[in-house]
Structure formats: structure tokens, C-alpha cells
Ligand binder design. Structure first.
Ligand code: B1M
Length: 220
């Protein structure tokens, strides 16, 4: 199925129409289209375009959340089939908002963009201690550990977590990405993170670049 035939599905996803995305996903499966092809040529490019528009301030948080909900409608149909076929994921990320911090809207956007780009994401939620981050890195063996912080008072928990990873002998096994309104490139460098991204879409670009996949707009 050539990708232009997914146009209706992509338009529905970008418009945030979850019902249409789910129906078109089911119809494509009934026609025998491979679930991986529906994901890679239908859902992922559309979510990627939403991310690009968000980065250019052409759409805002509510539109991204609605588009992500539509993406999940399609993903819900595909997920069991993808799991069964052992479809190859783009990579794996463990993500959470750091200890003491309950802000999760930005972190959720980052998670959605990664899922929309074909990554497996383990979301630890908010107020995540360095101990829980370390345990998750040990048990999940992800390519990336993503940390989000929105408060100047919780930013130092990122460094504490990186130090705890070092102490556990796990620092070299994972790339650490950080973000959130008060975080800067400089702060990320000072605490020894592998990268900082100012927004969810750039975070995906950066992760792909760190994995050696082609991308020209990384924010590291
Ligand atoms: Co709070 N809050 N808040 N808050 N809150 C801020 C952050 C604040 C700037 C407001 C202000 O005073 N102007 C201020 C922090 C000041 C500071 O530290 N210098 C503040 C404060 C003080 C507080 C409380 C302490 C208030 C109080 O109780 N006195 C309290 C703290 C609670 C706690 O966490 N322990 C508190 C509580 C709350 C609510 C619960 C009411 C609510 C959170 C609801 C929720 O998240 N579920 C809330 C909100 C909504 C905000 C503001 C208004 C909006 C934050 C937001 O969601 N932005 C915020 C003010 C503001 O920013 N204008 C504020 C939208 C979101 C999409 O952006 O999270 O930056 P952001 O994520 C972006 C990027 O940063 C990036 O990508 C995202 C999308 O592009 N990004 C990453 C984020 N994480 C990333 C990770 C990456 C890469 C990129 O890699 C892993």
C-alpha cells in the first residue's frame, strides 16, 4: 500500500479525529496491510508532522494532545499485532518527571512524540526518585533515560540521578536526555547529560541522532 493511500488516515490524525483513525486502521488491516506498514507509513509520519508544527508554533499544546489521542486510537488497534509479530521498535526510553516535581504535561508530550516515532516508552510518572530511575534502567535496559523538571528547585534531582546511575555502574549503558522549561543546554552539559531538547519534537530528533539514525534538526 503506497504511503499516499494513507493520506485520509494522516489527515484525520492531524485533525485529532480518533474515531476515523481507528476505523481506517481497522479497514487497512482487513485489506491485509501489514500493521508495521500502517504504523510506519500512516501514523508515524502524521504525528511527526504535528511535532514539526508544534516546534514552529503553528499548533499548540491542546492540538498536540488531541492528535496524540487520535494516534493512540490507531496504536491501540495495532499494538497486539505488533507485539505478536515482534515488530522492530525505533528504540526504547524510560521517562519520568524528577523527584519533588508533579508537572507532567510536557513529559507526556515527550512520551507521545516518542511513541508516535515508533519508540517503546516506559513512563514512570511524576515525582520519580533517583532510586526508581536506576531500578528502571537496570530492569528495562533502555536506550534512553528521559528526565523532565519544571521547577528550579527540582532541577538538581537530574544530577543526583546521573550520579546514582554512575554509582550503580549503569551510566555507560544508557543515554540521558533532559528537558523542561528551566533546563538549558549548559545545565545539561554541566550535570553530564548526553543531551537537552527544548521541546518534544526536538527530543525525538536528538534521540534518533544519538542512535545514529538520520536527522538534521537535533537540539543537542
Ligand atoms: Co506549576 N509552576 N507549580 N503547576 N506550572 C510552573 C512551572 C511555574 C513556572 C509557574 C510560575 O510561577 N510562573 C512555577 C515554577 C517556578 C520556578 O521553579 N522557577 C510553578 C510553581 C512554582 C508550582 C508550584 C510550586 C505552585 C505552588 O504550589 N505554590 C506547584 C509545584 C508542585 C510540584 O510539582 N511539586 C505547581 C503546581 C502546578 C499544577 C499542579 C497546578 C500544574 C501542573 C499540572 C500537571 O502538569 N499535571 C502546574 C502548571 C500547569 C504550571 C504551568 C502553568 C504550565 C506548565 C506546563 O505544563 N507547560 C507553569 C508555568 C508555565 O510554564 N507557563 C508552572 C506546558 C508544557 C507543554 O511545557 O512542561 O515546559 P513544558 O514541556 C515542554 C518543554 O519544556 C519540553 O517539551 C515540552 C513540550 O514541548 N520538555 C522536554 C519537557 N520535558 C522534557 C524532557 C525532555 C525533552 C524536552 O527530554 C527527556
Amino acid at each position: 500500500m503506497p504511503s499516499e493511500e494513507f493520506k485520509e488516515m494522516q489527515d484525520a490524525l492531524e485533525a485529532g479525529n480518533a474515531t476515523v483513525v481507528r476505523t481506517l486502521t481497522e479497514k487497512a488491516l482487513e485489506r491485509g496491510v501489514d500493521p508495521q506498514v500502517i504504523l510506519n507509513e500512516g501514523l508515524i509520519p502524521a504525528m511527526g508532522r504535528v511535532g514539526e508544527k508544534f516546534k514552529r508554533n503553528e499548533v499548540y499544546v491542546p492540538e498536540v494532545l488531541v492528535a496524540a489521542r487520535a494516534m493512540y486510537a490507531g496504536l491501540d488497534v495495532l499494538r497486539p499485532l505488533l507485539a505478536k509479530s515482534g515488530a522492530k521498535r525505533a528504540g526504547k526510553m524510560v521517562i519520568g518527571t524528577v523527584k519533588g516535581d508533579l508537572h507532567d504535561i510536557g513529559k507526556n508530550l515527550v512520551r507521545m512524540m516518542f511513541e508516535g516515532a515508533g519508540f517503546e516508552v516506559v513512563d514512570l510518572g511524576t515525582d520519580v526518585s533517583e532510586k526508581r530511575f536506576v531500578e528502571a534502567v537496570r530492569s528495562e535496559n533502555p536506550d534512553f533515560l528521559g528526565m523532565s523538571a519544571l521547577l528550579t528547585t527540582t532541577m538538581p534531582a537530574m544530577k543526583t540521578t546521573i550520579d546514582a546511575l554512575k554509582e550503580a555502574g549503569l551510566r555507560e549503558s544508557v543515554k540521558v536526555l533532559v528537558g523542561g522549561a528551566p533546563i538549558t543546554h549548559r545545565y545539561a552539559r554541566d550535570i553530564g547529560a548526553d543531551g537537552y531538547a527544548p521541546d518534544a519534537s526536538s527530543a525525538v530528533d536528538l534521540a534518533k541522532e544519538l542512535l545514529g539514525q538520520a536527522s538534521s534538526s537535533a537540539a543537542s
